[in-house]
Design a protein around this ligand. Sequence first.
Ligand code: MN
Length: 267
Amino acid sequence: MRPSILVSNDDGIHSTGLHALADALREVGDVTVVAPDREKSASAHSLTLHRPVAVRQISDAVYTVDGTPADCVYLGALSILDSKPDLLVSGINRGGNIGDDVTYSGTVAAALEGTILGVPSFAVSQLRPFGVQRGAHAGSPEFVWDNAARVSALVARRILADPLPEDVLLNVNVPAGDPEGLRITRQGKHLYDQVVHEALDPRGKVYYWVGSGAPTRLEQTDDTDYTTVRQGFVSITPLHLDLTHRETLQRLKSDWEAPLAAEFIED
Ligand code: MN
């Protein structure tokens, strides 16, 4: 039986990366696309809880949701499809999701949501071609999706044949240009200049832009996602839903727990 594959993203239904991904995965299984009806980048793992959400079918097995990437996966897996899919793939994002980006990323959050629902999941992102600015519009023609689409089909086949452990998802990043190869990596750091852009609107009122800083160049070991894509390799990072830091847990348990509990009770 052909596997059932749910495809979503955070760039919205009009992103050419979404359709390149869906096309590549149709070689692997039966694809259903459930994507936001507009750009929802950097929406992280938010769910729409305070208003109803509309689903619209726009063609055979293609749906839009007026909500977030996590809404799309939730509705796709639990309502639109007759049963949970065998695989969830989110992307192809317009721009990388490396290091600290994963905590803001709607693309990665869609894969987190799939993982929470017990569906094997991965996110795939295409790094910006050289010279293309952050915030370039969704149909940006400079993006070439072929390499990311091809890697996605290969990773999809792998996961279906050799399942990931429970609560683990993959974060795939494809470098600009022709990749040199592929490496399994760990999450590195990706920081931006910590600036707030402040200016006056036409009515003389102050407005702000957040998150508009340029990326900071950081020295990192070769095993990180950051260094790997900068060296021109495809990066595949296994991520874990459990964010607990084990070493600190042990230290706080032995050094903090008893005195803190005693202070708390004395108060
Ligand atoms: Mn995006």
